[in-house]
Design a protein around this ligand. Structure first.
Ligand code: GLA
Length: 745
C-alpha cells in the first residue's frame, strides 16, 4: 500500500468509527422552543432560528467543535456529542483535522486559526478550551481560556429568530501580568457540512465597477477575500455565499455571510485536507499586531451568517430582511428613502447659490423630495487640490452662507442635504498647515497623495474631536436633513507616530471605532439627520457602516446598463433600500452609451431613486418623462425598497435580457423591471414567469412603461402569472419595460 493509500484507508476507518459512534451512542441536542439550548449531558449547544439549526459541542479535549449547520432539525432529533477526529496521518494531526468554532494557533494547527498571539517571552502557543457559558434569551456566550495562560476569549452568538441569521463575535482578554500582541483575530470560523461540490460566490470590483459577482468551485487550499486598505474597499466586499451541488437561484443549499466591519478585513475560505470547508473572518492579520496590556480587551467585529435550502435568491432575501430589521439605524422599520437630486454630475465643484437654486427649482418640479449639494461649497475648494479640512462656507460662492439656499430649497418643498468628506485633508488647507501631524503618516517618510489628499488619523482623540465638532456645528447652524459622507482614497503609510511604537498598529481598530462613534453621536444629537456612506462610489459598503448610515452611494458609474450588473451584485448581499441609484445624462460620461430617459429611470428605480442629471440641459419632454416615472416610483417604492427581491433573469455573462421582480411584504403588490440589451430577429425576449405570488389570489396588471407582446388578461391568478407568465414587447437596443401587479381582494 502506498503512503497515500494508507492515509485514505485510515480516513475511511475514521469515518466508519465516527459513524458507528454516532449510531451506538445517540445523544439528543433537544430544542425546547427557545432559540438557544444547552444539553449538559452531551455538552451540546443548539441554536435555532427560522428554518435553521446550528449545533456545536465541547469535545473530550475541551475544544469547541462544530456539529451541525443547516436545515432546522426536529425538536427531538438526536445528534452525536462532539468527538475530536483521529490523526489522519502523522502529517495531519487530530488538532488540525478537528474543526473548531474558534481555534488558537498552537498544538499543531496547520489550518487558518481564529486567534494568534505572541507573548513577551517569545511563546506563541495558544490552545483554547471551554470554561463556561451563559444564555440570555437569544444570546449565547461561551468563555474559552488558554490551557495554561490567563488569556480568555468570550465568544458571543446571537440568533435572529426571524431569519436564522447568526451574529458571532469574540472578545479577547489579557488577564496575564504582561502585555501580549494579538497578531490575528477573527470574529468567527464557520464550518460547513463535509461535501466535495461547493461553489463560492463573492464580490470583486474597482472604482466605477463595484459588486462584480464571481463564482468558482471551492478546491483544496485557501481563497482569501480581503482589504488591506484601511476601509472595506471596492476590490472585495466582505460578503460570501457558498452553494452546494446543483444549487440554483431559487433551489438548493446556500450558506452565506457578511462581516460588519469598515476597516481592513479578511475572510478566508479554506478546504482542508479532510475536505472540510471552513470560513474564517475578522480583522485582516496583514500588518495587524494589537498590543493588549494586562487587563485590556480586544473585541472583534460581528460576522453574520445564515443558511437557506432555497437558493441564492432566498439567501439574498434573508439578508435583506435581516438588514432592514436588525442592522439599519432605523431598524426595525426604516422609512422609505426620499427621492434625491444630487448636483455632482451637473455642476461638479462649480457650486454657487444661484446655480444651485436653479437646479433645485427644476428638481422640485419633477417630484424630487431632497436636494443635495455635492462637493465644492467649503474652504478654498475650486478643484480637488484644496479645501478639504476647512469646513467653513466659501464666502465667494455663498456670500449669504447656506441659509438662503436652504430656505429656497425648503420653499420648493424639499429638504436639504450636504456633501462632506470629514476624514480627509488637502495639504493645501488651513487645517493641514496648522496640523500636519494629523494626517496618517510615518515620520520622515514621503506622504503619498491620492486625489491630492491625505487621510486624517481618526484614531487620534484630537482629530476625532475636530471632526465631530465641525459636523455638529454644521448640523446645528443649518437645517440639514442629510449628509453625503464621502471618503475618496485608501490609506498609505499607515503610521501613528504620536503614540508608543507598540501602540501604533491599533490604528486599524481605533480609526473605525471612532468613525462609528462619531456617526452615532451625531445621530443621537441630530436625530432627524440621515447619512449616506460614499467612498468614490461603493468603496465602503458593509454591514458595519450600514448599522450607522441610512444608505450608500453604489457606484460613481451611473451608466444605466453597467448599473444592471452592479446592482445584481450589490443586492446579493445588501437590501435595495440602501442602494442609491441616480438617473444621469445620456450619452453617459464614462462610456459614451446613449440610452432613453425611460431606460435610465427603470434601471435606477430598482433601488432608492435619485436624479443626478444636469437639469439645465433637459428638454420639456425629459421633464415630462421624469415626472411620470417619479410618480410611478412613488407608488412602488415601498415594494422595491422593503419587499422581497426575485431575480428573474440575470444580466451577467453577456445576457441579452435581464429582469427583477419585487413583491411587497404584505403580498399586495409586485413590480417587475425588464431590460433588453439588443435583440436578434426571431429571438424574442424571454417569457417572464413571476415568483412569490399567492397562486390562488387574483392580481391586476398595470404597465408602468412599455407594452405586452400580446395583451393577455387584465386580471389573473398568481398561478397564471407564475406558471403561464407574460411576454413583453421588447426589441431593439437598450429597451426597458415595467409593470406592476396589484392583488384584488
Ligand atoms: C466622489 C463621489 C462622487 C462625488 C465626488 C465629489 O467621487 O463618489 O459622487 O461626490 O466624490 O468630489
Amino acid at each position: 500500500m502506498s503512503h497515500k493509500n494508507s492515509r485514505i484507508a485510515i480516513l475511511n476507518i475514521f469515518v466508519l468509527v465516527t459513524t458507528l459512534t454516532a449510531l451506538s451512542l445517540p445523544s439528543v441536542a433537544q430544542a425546547t422552543g427557545e432559540a438557544v439550548h444547552y444539553n449538559s449531558q452531551d455538552k451540546l449547544f443548539r441554536l435555532d432560528g427560522a428554518g435553521v439549526s446550528y449545533v456545536f459541542g465541547v469535545n473530550e479535549r475541551g475544544e469547541l467543535q462544530p456539529v451541525y449547520w443547516g436545515q432546522r432539525l426536529g425538536e427531538k432529533d438526536a445528534l452525536p456529542a462532539a468527538h475530536s477526529m483521529m490523526e489522519v496521518a502523522s502529517f495531519d494531526l487530530s488538532t488540525t483535522t478537528t474543526p473548531q468554532e474558534f481555534s488558537g494557533w498552537g498544538a499543531g494547527l496547520f489550518v487558518e486559526p481564529s486567534l494568534k498571539i505572541t507573548f513577551p517571552d517569545g511563546n506563541r502557543d495558544l490552545v483554547l478550551h471551554y470554561v463556561s457559558h451563559a444564555i440570555h434569551g437569544n444570546v449565547l456566550e461561551v468563555t474559552l481560556k488558554d490551557i495554561s495562560r490567563e488569556v480568555f476569549v468570550n465568544l458571543r452568538y446571537e440568533v435572529d429568530t426571524a431569519t436564522g441569521v447568526l451574529g458571532r463575535s469574540a472578545t479577547i482578554e489579557n488577564r496575564t501580568k504582561d502585555p501580549l500582541v494579538v497578531e490575528q483575530a477573527a470574529a468567527a470560523a464557520w464550518t460547513l457540512p463535509r461535501a466535495p461540490d461547493y461553489m463560492l460566490s463573492y464580490l470583486t470590483g474597482r472604482w466605477g465597477a463595484e459588486f462584480s459577482l464571481q463564482r468558482e468551485k471551492i478546491g483544496p487550499g485557501q481563497r482569501v477575500l480581503e482589504s488591506r486598505r484601511g476601509s472595506s474597499g471596492h476590490q472585495n466586499n466582505p460578503w460570501f455565499a457558498v452553494s452546494r451541488g446543483a444549487t440554483q437561484e431559487e433551489t438548493g443549499d446556500v450558506w452565506f455571510g457578511a462581516l460588519a466591519w469598515s476597516g481592513s478585513w479578511r475572510i478566508t475560505v479554506e478546504q482542508t485536507q479532510v475536505q472540510d470547508v471552513r470560513i474564517t473572518g475578522g480583522y485582516n492579520p496583514f500588518d495587524f499586531g494589537y498590543h493588549l496590556a494586562p487587563g485590556e480587551k480586544l473585541g472583534t467585529p460581528v460576522f453574520y451568517a445564515g443558511y437557506t435550502h432555497s437558493g441564492m435568491g432566498e439567501a439574498s432575501r434573508l439578508m435583506h430582511r435581516f438588514e432592514l430589521a436588525q442592522i439599519a439605524p432605523q431598524a426595525p422599520r426604516p422609512k422609505v428613502r426620499p427621492i434625491i437630486y444630487n448636483s455632482w454630475e451637473a455642476t461638479e465643484m462649480n457650486v454657487d447659490e444661484p446655480g444651485q437654486v436653479a437646479l433645485a427649482e427644476k428638481a422640485a418640479s419633477i417630484g424630487v423630495e431632497r436636494f443635495v449639494m455635492d462637493d465644492g461649497w467649503f474652504g478654498q475648494r475650486k478643484d480637488d487640490h484644496a479645501g478639504l479640512g476647512d469646513w467653513y462656507v466659501n464666502p465667494q460662492k455663498f456670500p449669504h452662507g447656506l441659509k438662503q439656499l436652504i430656505d429656497r430649497v425648503h420653499g420648493f418643498g424639499m429638504d436639504f442635504g450636504l456633501w462632506v468628506e470629514p476624514e480627509m485633508v488637502n495639504p493645501d488647507s488651513d487645517l493641514y498647515r496648522k496640523h500636519p501631524d494629523w494626517a496618517i503618516n510615518f515620520t520622515g517618510r514621503p506622504r503619498t497623495l491620492g486625489r491630492n489628499q491625505l487621510v486624517l488619523n481618526l484614531a487620534r482623540p484630537d482629530v476625532r474631536e475636530y471632526v465631530y465638532t465641525f459636523l455638529d456645528k454644521i448640523l446645528t447652524d443649518n437645517q440639514i436633513a442629510f449628509l453625503k459622507w464621502d471618503y475618496n482614497r485608501n490609506w498609505s503609510e499607515p503610521g501613528w507616530p504620536a503614540v508608543a511604537p507598540e501602540e501604533q498598529r491599533k490604528i486599524y481598530v481605533k480609526y473605525v471605532q471612532n468613525l462609528y462613534s462619531i456617526l452615532d453621536e451625531l445621530r443621537a444629537k441630530h436625530p432627524g439627520v440621515e447619512i449616506e456612506s460614499c467612498s468614490g462610489g461603493g468603496g465602503r459598503v458593509d454591514l458595519g457602516i450600514l448599522s450607522h448610515t441610512d444608505e450608500v452611494w453604489t457606484s460613481d458609474n451611473t451608466d444605466p446598463f453597467d448599473r444592471l450588473s452592479i446592482q445584481h451584485g450589490f443586492t446579493q448581499a445588501y437590501a435595495p433600500e440602501f442602494m442609491m441609484a441616480w438617473v444621469t445624462d445620456s450619452p453617459h460620461w464614462l462610456n459614451g452609451r446613449a440610452t432613453s430617459i425611460e431606460y435610465r429611470f427603470l434601471s435606477s428605480m430598482q433601488g432608492s431613486l435619485g436624479v443626478g442629471a444636469n437639469l439645465n440641459r433637459w428638454q420639456p419632454a425629459d421633464f415630462a418623462a421624469a415626472k411620470s416615472m417619479i410618480t410611478a416610483y412613488k407608488d412602488v417604492r415601498e415594494t422595491v425598497q422593503h419587499g422581497l427581491l426575485y431575480r428573474l433573469i440575470s444580466p451577467l455573462n453577456g445576457s441579452e435580457a435581464s429582469a427583477t421582480e419585487s413583491v411587497s411584504q404584505d403580498g399586495n403588490q409586485a413590480v417587475v423591471f425588464a431590460f433588453l440589451h439588443s435583440s436578434e430577429f426571431a429571438n424574442p425576449f424571454p417569457t417572464l414567469y413571476l415568483q412569490g405570488l399567492d397562486p390562488q389570489a387574483n392580481y391586476r396588471i398595470d404597465l408602468l412603461y412599455g407594452k405586452q407582446f400580446t395583451p393577455g388578461p387584465a386580471t389573473a391568478t398568481g398561478a397564471y402569472w407564475m406558471s403561464h407568465g407574460t411576454d413583453l414587447a421588447l426589441r431593439g437596443d437598450y429597451q426597458a419595460a415595467s409593470f406592476k401587479l396589484t392583488r384584488i381582494r
